[in-house]
Every structure is written in structure tokens, then in C-alpha cells.
Ligand binder design. Structure first.
Ligand SMILES: [Zn+2]
Ligand SMILES: [Zn+2]
Length: 106
């Protein structure tokens, strides 16, 4: 589809969420109300959300949703590794007990 360089102009603003093309004078998508601009954390310039970098200072705007998720998962998995080990043993013991009880009844 259109390049990432699609900027404000006669074509309007592309909504990052629903891909609706909005008239250039809007600040939020007229279709899904998603803000069309974000403020650059570095230079505080108003930048289109459709762009991944600040047009003014080149600062990377939104760390992609994916990398955020990745980091979240990574942090969680790191925390789990030790706890998970103990949990697994407890679970295994529990299962063993449960199986024992069941097989005793049979
Ligand atoms: Zn939208
Ligand atoms: Zn900036």
C-alpha cells in the first residue's frame, strides 16, 4: 500500500488503526477516533502516528507493539525460569498424588 512517508497534504492523514484516510485538518480519526498525532518524547513535536520516526529530530516514535510485547514476555520468562521449576515439581507431585488416589480407588 502507500509508503510510510505519506504525510499531511491533499491526501489527508492515514489512520494507523483502521487505515481510514482523514482530511488533513483532523487530529483524530473521524472513523475510529484514534489520535492521528503523537508528541515526540524527545523534541515534543507533533508527529503523525503513521510515521515511525519524528520528522523533526528523527527520534523513533513508537517502539513497535511487537517489541514491547517481546520485552514483556522476555521479562516474564526470566522471572519464571526459577519459579517455574519449583512449580513444575509441585505440579508433578500433585499429579502423582492425584494419580495414586485415582488408581487406589480403581
Ligand atoms: Zn481510524
Ligand atoms: Zn522529535
Amino acid at each position: 500500500m502507500a509508503s510510510k512517508n505519506l504525510v499531511q497534504g491533499e491526501k489527508g492523514l492515514l489512520c494507523v488503526k483502521c487505515s481510514h484516510l482523514n482530511p488533513g485538518n483532523l487530529t483524530a480519526c473521524e472513523y475510529c477516533k484514534t489520535p492521528l498525532f503523537i508528541i515526540c518524547k524527545k523534541c515534543e513535536a507533533k508527529v503523525q502516528r503513521a510515521l515511525s520516526q519524528c520528522q523533526k529530530c528523527g527520534h523513533r516514535l513508537h517502539k513497535s507493539f511487537l517489541s514491547k510485547l517481546e520485552r514483556k514476555m522476555f521479562a516474564r520468562s526470566r522471572k519464571i525460569t526459577l519459579g517455574q521449576f519449583g512449580l513444575l515439581i509441585i505440579l508433578a507431585l500433585f499429579m502423582y498424588q492425584a494419580i495414586k488416589v485415582i488408581s487406589d480407588k480403581l
